[in-house]
Write a new protein. Structure first.
Length: 266
């Protein structure tokens, strides 16, 4: 039975072909609700596109997937309602000019106005404000971010945050809406070994609390379910047969970006 909180995720022969070749293909896996799933592969291998496809934000061309019991790409709109994005460059980035408090306040306002049932909007203003503050506090506690410890507390601008602090803030913003799945891009980008361990510990704690986590990375941790968008190292030298109609896979970030843009327009 599907969990009332975390969302199970599965895919079978899932793939995306863009105007310049295949972005990713033959993705097959199954993850239970509340699992930490690491989407591993080199930059340009379709990791971000797969992440967006599994969260209902990009239409694929091959195979099928399910997120929270909802079929992709057919029920993508419904998947978007249960899956929240953490940091994804070009899609859900933090505004560097905003302060931490402004980001949190804006997300709580939007959640209260558009993400709550109608009966919640009819409650007294003081109750709605208290509920929003409680939701923000709960999200911050879940990611281990205390604005009081920042250089200017909540008035600290995003541009002044360390990379790990920005990751915590992005995940907290995603959690404010109490999603069943959270997706994070470039998890281990520009992090030291110690910071990388902290980042994975953060995402593991979110998953352990019941929310399924999809996280793009270049190297997956040992305690995650790994989904690869490129052959494992020992398979890298094995060439696949190529016929006359074979379509080359994207080999540069520019090609992947072109496919990304085309897929989003589809």
């Amino acid at each position: 039975m599907e969990s009332p909180h975390g969302a199970a995720v599965s895919a079978e022969d899932f793939g995306l072909e863009g105007p310049r070749g295949r972005v990713f293909r033959n993705v097959t896996f199954s993850a239970e609700p509340g699992e930490l799933v690491a989407i591993e592969g080199p930059s340009g291998s379709g990791r971000t596109c797969l992440l967006l496809a599994l969260t209902g934000r990009m239409r694929t061309t091959e195979g099928h997937a399910e997120t929270g019991g909802l079929l992709l790409p057919k029920q993508a709109a419904a998947v978007r309602r249960i899956a929240a994005l953490g940091p994804v460059p070009g899609v859900s980035e933090l505004d560097p000019a905003f302060t931490v408090a402004e980001h949190l306040g804006e997300r709580a306002l939007l959640q209260g106005r558009y993400g709550s049932p109608l009966r919640a909007l009819l409650r007294p203003r003081a109750e709605r404000r208290a509920a929003a503050e409680a939701r923000v506090d709960e999200a911050l506690e879940a990611v281990g971010l205390d604005p009081a410890t920042l250089p200017k507390s909540g008035r600290t601008s995003v541009r002044d945050l360390e990379r790990l602090e920005a990751l915590r803030l992005s995940v907290a913003l995603a959690l404010i809406g109490k999603p069943r799945l959270v997706a994070v891009d470039d998890t281990d980008l520009k992090l030291s070994d110690a910071e990388r361990e902290q980042a994975w510990a953060l995402l593991r704690s979110v998953a352990d609390a019941g929310t399924t986590v999809l996280a793009v990375c270049s190297e997956a941790p040992g305690n995650a379910r790994v989904v690869r968008t490129a052959p494992a190292p020992e398979e890298a030298d094995v060439e696949e047969p190529a016929g006359e109609d074979a379509t080359p896979e994207p080999t540069t970030e520019k090609e992947t970006a072109d496919a990304f843009a085309e897929a989003r327009r589809a």
